[in-house]
Ligand binder design. Structure first.
Ligand SMILES: [Zn+2]
Length: 648
């Protein structure tokens, strides 16, 4: 039995398919349909035999046939090419991995080149010679539209690969690291046909990409330098994929459309001396959007267009402005808050995309464990008291407060809020936006709200003594108050309020609970895979020893669903501190945050990081995510001096 598709060369690169095993890289023929991963070296494996097992067995028979790349590890390739000895490979790999884990994004081979005292170009040229592959001068290439379309913009930019030409139906692709399995998978997914690799440096590929790809590359191509740009705002603000409006209008629409499609929450237009950068925030992380180099020329026109759309004064360029745009995209109402700030290189513009109507704020969506959920439901129906949510900007505090309000919203309760800004409109709730320009601050608004006889008040943020005092007075006079505070952890909230100048007994008697929170990205469900982690590392980062054996650590390997990021969506991690009779006397006596933290842990409070570990254990998120959002926030742990393990 032979696999029919192998004959036609399914997803075959340079004559052979590809696979990886741990750090090593192998040639293996991958049969796409109908028996994915069953053909190795032209042989059909038995039934469900995993090719990786096959490769594992082949490991015993060390690398051979470097020319055709069959079953050669990266290490042996580099060794044979005279680019790295075995020892060098091991130590360079180690160093590179450490840097990569710390967030350094230097490509692996570029790093190796540097370690070997070579330029990336020299290194890749020698590698190309050893492999018998071409080294491509991407600046000399002319890439036709037909060729360009074989690889999506996303794949091209994410992995820095450039389709260079088609020869006998085989796509030639310039890449700087042919050993990247995620890149191979993405390329194969895009072009669904045989591919032949050539090497080029990342820098050169990126230059070419800017020329041939990029958001609005074609749109900008169409814009002649002399063309007068019509900035009339049309009444119809519907944005569709093929909006017929020309030039700048089309470009801006395209940027908003792309952002919407990628579930971005923010778009930033950031000018610099010789460039204009556009970045999207997706699941809390900024992603730079590829743009053609001529974008800078249209900076003024683009900014003007956005200002017109959002009802700002286009003549005013020296002062910050706020505005909003309401658009409909595919029938969905999008409310866009726009703000401009003058920088030395022109106005920087930020757009915040808020989906209207469809938002449902439910407690069950926030990622609470059953015990937390029960405690919170009890807290938010109390007749009075203060419930604070703490965390840095972007930790989802407002969403949590909205969920609280939505849960208790009823005709028998009068709920009023003062916010900066009102992010979502909640039906049946009186929401007041802060307007410092006309003197309507949190404190002033709050004072007036109290005269309006509310039952429940939400104050966007307590950031000064005056607001804190009024909030406390409100809670002591029979109002339930929700608010946020900028502290890293829950126990520090008490000291923060006392430091602001509030009497400790007032803090102790008014606060009912403090919850610190962060958002972690959740692993993409479509590409989540087990991902073993070394025990030493786990112990070093404080993962509970008793849970290591029973935990299957997971990771998203990247797929089309998640833009190859491995993550999709976010969930909360929480540190819920209930102000019980054990805590109140400590607050009253100005106890240190560490003492309060210890008492809270005695009553089963989980720290942010511990809560994060639990979400790692159930496969929702990764260790890296938990570390990322809690890296500077180990306060509780450090305060109480050492790792006490998980308090279950
Ligand atoms: Zn995925």
């Amino acid at each position: 039995m032979t696999c029919p598709s192998i004959v036609n060369g399914p997803s075959i690169v340079n004559g052979i398919g590809w696979g990886t095993l741990g750090e090593n890289f192998f040639g293996v023929a991958e049969c796409r349909v109908p028996c994915k991963w069953r053909v190795c070296e032209g042989r059909v494996l038995q039934g469900t035999d995993d090719p990786r097992n096959f490769l594992r067995r082949r490991l015993l028979d060390p690398a051979r046939r470097i020319g055709s790349m069959a079953f050669a590890s990266l290490q042996s390739i580099l060794e044979r090419a005279g680019l790295a000895s075995r020892d060098q490979f091991v130590s360079w790999s180690d160093n590179w991995r450490k840097l990569a884990a710390a967030g350094d994004v230097e490509p692996q081979l570029a790093f190796f080149a540097k370690e070997g005292g070579m330029s990336e170009e020299q290194f890749l040229q020698r590698l190309a010679t050893a492999l018998g592959w071409p080294f491509l001068e991407t600046s000399q290439l002319t890439v036709s539209n037909e060729v360009r379309k074989r690889v999506s913009t996303k794949t091209a930019f994410q992995f820095a690969v450039l389709p260079a030409g088609i020869e006998n139906g085989v796509l030639q692709l310039a890449c700087h690291n042919p050993f990247d399995p995620a890149m191979q998978a993405a390329v194969q997914f895009d072009c669904q046909s045989p591919v032949k690799f050539g090497l080029a440096t990342r820098g050169e590929i990126e230059k070419a990409l800017k020329k041939y790809y990029g958001v609005g590359a074609e749109t900008l191509d169409e814009m002649g330098a002399e063309e007068t740009i019509d900035l009339e705002l049309t009444d119809d603000r519907e944005i569709t994929e093929d909006d017929q409006d020309a030039s700048v209008i089309k470009f801006v629409n395209q940027v908003i459309w792309e952002a919407f499609k990628d579930r971005a929450t923010d778009i930033h237009f950031e000018p610099s001396e010789d460039d204009l950068r556009i970045r999207y925030r997706i699941d809390g992380i900024l992603h730079q959007t590829p743009l053609p180099p001529q974008i800078k020329r249209y900076q003024a026109a683009l900014v003007s267009r956005i200002k017109v759309m959002s009802g700002m004064n286009i003549a005013e360029k020296r002062l910050p402005q706020d505005g909003r745009i309401n658009v409909r995209i595919k029938g969905e109402e999008i409310d866009i808050r726009v703000s401009t700030v003058p920088t030395v290189w022109g106005e920087s513009v930020s757009l915040r995309l808020l989906t209207r109507g469809k938002i449902f704020f439910g407690l069950e969506k926030l990622g609470f464990w059953p015990d937390e959920d029960a405690a919170i439901r009890e807290l938010i129906v109390k007749p009075h008291g203060i419930f604070l949510v703490t965390g840095p900007t972007g930790s989802g505090k407002s969403t949590t407060l909205y969920a609280f309000l939505s849960t208790i919203n009823s005709v028998t309760k009068r709920i009023m809020t003062i916010e900066e800004p009102v992010e979502y409109e909640l039906k049946g709730i009186n929401q007041i936006p802060v307007r410092p320009d006309i003197g309507l601050t949190f404190a002033v608004g709050l004072r007036h709200i109290l005269r309006q006889d509310p039952n429940i008040i939400m104050v966007g943020e307590i950031r000064d003594l005056e607001t804190a005092e009024i909030a406390i007075r409100a809670s002591l006079t029979g109002h339930l108050v929700f608010s946020t505070l900028h502290t890293n952890d829950a126990p520090s909230a008490f000291t923060r309020l006392i430091d602001m100048g509030i009497e400790p007994f007032l803090v102790a008697s008014s606060l009912e609970a403090v919850m610190a929170q962060r958002l972690v990205r959740t692993i993409c469900k479509s590409c989540s895979r087990p991902h073993p982690v070394e025990r030493d590392y786990l112990l070093k980062i404080g993962f509970p020893e008793s849970e290591i054996a029973s935990t299957v650590f997971r990771k998203g390997v990247g797929c089309e669903e998640c833009r190859q990021l491995g993550y999709q969506g976010r969930t909360g991690i929480h540190e819920l501190l209930l102000v019980t009779e054990a805590i109140r006397p400590l607050v009253m006596n100005r106890a240190a945050a560490s003492t309060i933290a210890q008492a809270a842990r005695d009553q089963h409070m989980r720290t942010l990081r511990e809560d994060g570990w639990r979400k790692v254990q159930i496969g929702q998120t990764t260790l890296e995510e938990v570390l990322r959002v809690t890296q500077n926030e180990e306060h509780v742990r450090s305060l109480i001096g050492g790792d006490k393990g998980v308090v279950a």
